[in-house]
Design a protein around this ligand. Structure first.
Ligand code: GCW
Length: 683
């Protein structure tokens, strides 16, 4: 009996020791050595840097580290120069970033060598699609960390402030320096004076971590909040209203970053409502905010319900305005030309606008990639996008170089739609934290490889709790780091395979964008919100003809891409059905027909997820019980869901191809009508 109690106590104790809820993200505490930190300058940000070094130092015991604030030509923006004994920077934030980099190197057992670290983009922003009532559009990790329901938005608790501080610290540790606090589908309430006091409180917490706040604004605010008769951007009263509002904001928040605007898109108000253009709208706001040093991020995510190809519309609407925007306007463009699909060719705007600052918008929250249920590491998708050649100025004009100031001297910025909420582990899925991390790291250095990012993240997030300065063991490397890293690196391609291989896109169930719904259409719903619009399956074949004989979207790309994408024989297979209506009998690189290849690919996707389950199960000895079980459960859902995707798509498209599923592939286990009826339940 006694022995039993003893074992139970021991078990509970070991559970407590090992329990990790993920709240600490990649900033888990390790062993600590003594260090002396010297800096002649005093500021809140510098004290944070000092404190971080003092409480997390794992370098040489008793070392002295100098924080040096002195202009150095090699450093740009908030960059820094790191060595084993000093951090040099031009700004306080630079010192803070240097401190985090140094600690990261210690925690991942890298040797610190003298090196300059400059950011790729000046502005590295999160966009929160957080609503004023506390919900989060496309959020899968609980509620908003910034907003409560309308009645409670006026109260700020100590817990709120603590959470905002933790949030700021996590962001600063990966170099993020700005955040848009509310949804681009913006409530005009955000600009009410009582709300702005809350914004000020948030800004006061984030500021010392080098983070500025920005707001999404509703273009109709002058009428809704200001009581004016119109919100016409050329109306004198409207112009005055925005100027006064900007003044009010800057009085409260002197370092306020600026406005983000979704205008004349998906039902949001905008200049088009008044017969004005994007330039009229954006420039009016830019003028209002310019005296205070603010910027306007004007989104290019626009499409109108015409018969024309949605993929062409942003380019068609914005290119004619190249060169007409004020210098404090940045056009914010989603990575692809449609909408954050598992795989899209890059938006051709990146290769086209030369006299206008453009900033990429990436989506960290997994709206179209399995929400917070599927394990999908997004860094390879972003790397693919950033490293794609636009051929804008000849070979080597990658999206990264077109947007980071290498090719055009411009204000540089990048945004990621956040996946953060009130869930204890912030992101819903432990591995979704890696996407927040990867976004920050790529925003800082757009040349980093996904392999390096995954490597760092795993080491920081799952590092065993060593009590001394031991490095990682070979066993840990071989049995945990390497297989788990490979799983992460393969996970995006696996998701593409079981959801939308070969350039399929937008074949989701409408609205929640989680499960398959290639059949989804409704009487009266605009065509480009229905799924057959995107795949166009018929007895001949499948895919959207965007070549010269179709919508000619290929013409928006520079040569040689125009020709390459436009020819079915040279178009990369990963984009085949994006650009071509290909016959079912089309010969693929493997020698198989398109139909057969589609079947094999969906099946591969399912098998890959089944394999991820094995990888994770084998990782059990190296992970704390809590995170292990939580990830294991989610992988089971992912495997079930991948199977549904495969069955749904193969059975649905088979109605058009009229061909058998190759016999060496596992048979579908769901009936199409059941899938349609159940609309894949989200666990
Ligand atoms: O991806 C779509 C989403 C909308 C979103 C919109 C946008 C915020 O389904 O939820 O609205 O894009 O980016 O504006």
């Amino acid at each position: 009996m006694q022995k039993k109690i003893y074992i139970i106590i021991l078990l509970c104790f070991s559970f407590l020791v090992n329990a990790e809820d993920g709240h600490q993200l990649w900033l888990r505490k390790g062993y600590l050595n003594k260090v002396i930190v010297v800096c002649s300058k005093k500021s809140e940000t510098i004290s944070i840097a000092k404190q971080e070094l003092l409480s997390n130092w794992q370098g040489t015991p008793g070392a002295t580290i100098n924080l040096v604030l002195k202009k150095d030509k090699r450093i740009t923006g908030d960059g820094f120069i790191l060595s084993e004994v000093s951090i040099r920077a031009n700004t306080d934030a630079g010192i803070l970033y240097g401190a985090y980099e140094l600690l990261r190197q210690q925690q991942t057992f890298q040797k610190t060598e003298e090196k300059v670290y400059n950011p790729s983009y000046d502005l590295r922003l999160l966009n929160h699609w957080d609503n004023f009532n506390g919900s989060v559009e496309r959020g899968y990790a609980g509620l908003s960390i910034f907003w409560r329901d309308e009645l409670n938005n006026q109260f700020v608790t100590e817990n709120d402030k603590m959470l905002w501080k933790e949030y700021a610290r996590a962001n600063a540790s990966i170099g993020i320096n700005g955040t848009v606090l509310n949804n681009v589908n913006a409530s005009s309430d955000i600009l009410k004076s009582e709300t702005l006091t809350r914004v000020k409180t948030i800004a006061d917490v984030l500021r010392f971590y080098g983070i500025r706040v920005y707001l999404s604004v509703n273009f109709n605010s002058p009428a809704i909040v200001g009581g004016l008769k119109t919100s016409d951007p050329l109306d004198k009263e409207v112009i005055k209203w925005w100027k006064t509002k900007s003044k009010e904001i800057y009085k409260l928040i002197p370092d306020f970053g600026g406005f983000l605007v979704k205008a004349s898109s998906e039902g949001q108000p905008g200049p088009h409502d008044f017969g004005r253009s994007h330039v009229d709208g954006a420039n009016m706001l830019a003028d209002a905010i310019k005296p205070h040093g603010g910027i306007v991020m004007w989104r290019a995510f626009v499409y109108s319900p015409t018969e024309d190809d949605r993929a062409k519309q942003a380019y068609a609407e914005f290119l004619p305005f190249d060169g007409q925007f004020r210098d404090n306007v940045i056009i914010q463009v989603k990575n692809g030309s449609i909408d954050f699909q598992p795989r899209e060719p890059f938006s051709p705007l990146f290769g086209a606008m030369k006299k206008t600052a453009l900033m990429p918008e990436l989506q960290i929250t997994q709206e179209y990639l399995g929400h917070s249920i599927h394990l999908v590491f997004l860094s390879p998708m972003w790397e693919e996008f950033l490293q794609t050649d636009t051929y804008q100025e000849g070979t080597g004009s990658t999206v990264a170089k077109c947007t980071d100031g290498t090719i055009f001297k411009q204000r540089t910025a990048i945004a990621g739609v956040a996946n953060i909420g009130t869930d204890t582990n912030w992101c819903g899925h432990h591995f979704a934290q890696a996407n927040w991390y990867a976004f920050g790291r790529l925003a800082w250095n757009n040349q980093l490889s996904s392999e390096q990012i995954a490597d760092e993240w795993i080491k920081l997030t799952f590092r065993p709790n060593t009590k001394n300065n031991e490095g990682f063991t070979k066993e840990w490397f071989d049995n945990f780091l390497i297989p788990v890293k490979q799983m992460m690196l393969d996970s995006r391609e696996a998701a593409v395979d079981y959801m939308m291989p070969f350039g399929f896109h937008h074949i989701f169930q409408a609205s929640h964008h989680y499960g398959p719904g290639p059949w989804w259409e409704r009487e009266g719903v605009r065509k480009d919100w229905t799924m057959p619009y995107y795949h166009k399956a018929d007895s001949f074949g499948v895919g959207f003809n965007r070549t010269a004989t179709g919508s000619n979207a290929v013409a928006q790309y520079h040569e040689p891409l125009n020709t390459q994408y436009g020819d079915i024989n040279t178009c990369p297979e990963k984009y085949l059905l994006w650009f071509h209506h290909a016959p079912w009998s089309h010969k693929m690189n493997s020698g198989r027909t398109l139909w057969d290849e589609i079947c094999y690919r969906y099946d591969d996707g399912v098998n890959q997820v089944r394999y991820f389950q094995v990888v994770w199960d084998k990782a059990q000895p190296y992970v704390d019980a809590e995170r292990f079980v939580e990830v294991q459960r989610k992988l089971r859902y992912q495997a079930q869901n991948a199977q549904v995707w495969k069955d749904a798509c193969l059975l649905y498209f088979q109605q058009f191809s009229q061909q058998p599923i190759p016999y060496d592939i596992e048979r579908p286990i769901h009936n199409l009508d059941d899938i349609k009826k159940n609309d894949m339940d989200r666990p």
